[in-house]
Design a protein around this ligand. Sequence first.
Ligand code: COA
Length: 321
Amino acid sequence: MIGKICGTGSCVPKGLWDNQKLMELVDTSDEWVRERTGVARRHIAENGETTASLAAEAALTALQNGGIRAEQVDLIITATVSPGDLMPNVSCQVQKKIGALNATCFDLNAACTGFLFALNTAQAYLARGIYQTALVIGAEILSDLTNWKDRSTCILFGDGAGAVVLRAGETGKYAQVTYSTGEKGNVLTCACRNQKRYAAGADAPETYMQMDGREVFRFAVSRVPEAIEELLKKEEMHIEQIAYFILHQANERIVRSVVKRLGANPDKFPMNMEEYGNTSSASIPILLNELNRKGMLRRGEYIVLSGFGAGLSYGASLMEW
Ligand code: COA
């Protein structure tokens, strides 16, 4: 059995912070941020919005889009690095909010590659016939983990959630490659915001996201195209056969560099980081939902999803729409 996406959804907070707003917080400029990252605005959670509330809203719109009732869902996996609460997990909170009484629910953390790892996990359950209908969600409130005094990181990130509904069927295609490179873990970190750390000072820099931006950049522009090429070779497919490459929306320059290294058609690499910034595990499903809602995805066509992030980790998935 293979899981096919039958519905997509997303939800972003109402609060909108443009680059001008960041200029009130750090020494930066709209021009610098747009040119170096491609980001113009990011949505920021306010007024009680939580990772679980965004995730549940994205899940509901995905179910609606797929014509699936909440009781039909057997499995909910949420990829997140910013669950808000450690217990109960975000997926159980989503279950409660949407009434998915029959679902088994757990979260998974593979940072910005998290949605791909969650998709792979759901596909494995479906392939074994254990479950038939799965909700795969990426949801983040990164603004909680962002050091708003650090101009080298705060310009990049935003909050949001995206979700897909997978239904098991006899036909379709799903293939993936994933890698983890633990020895590079120190390049992108965020120490747990627990009591011990608070004792050291709630504002200790290590309790916020810290990053060697150049190193992450170098990693992404070499590993992402490698993963895509490996996947296509493994599946004996050519780049021309892919309708869209839906890449993690970290930085416009990274996406453009991947296009160049692959020698691909840039029109096949949609981008939306201008509007949302990097929403970590939510970025791929938010973009996927936008393409779906615009009617750009056609049944029978192939898409590739690819991401990278803390760990460090990276991967790519090929699927028939
Ligand atoms: N505004 C203005 N200037 C800034 C700035 C900001 N927000 N942040 C850094 N600068 C300055 C630096 O201080 C430096 O100045 P200097 O030359 O006088 O020392 C200069 O701009 C260049 O800094 P550098 O860090 O080399 O910039 P960069 O071109 O590498 O861009 C990132 C920085 C973070 C945008 C880029 O490295 C990046 O996107 N990396 C990948 C990060 C990522 O995707 N992380 C998430 C992974 S999931």
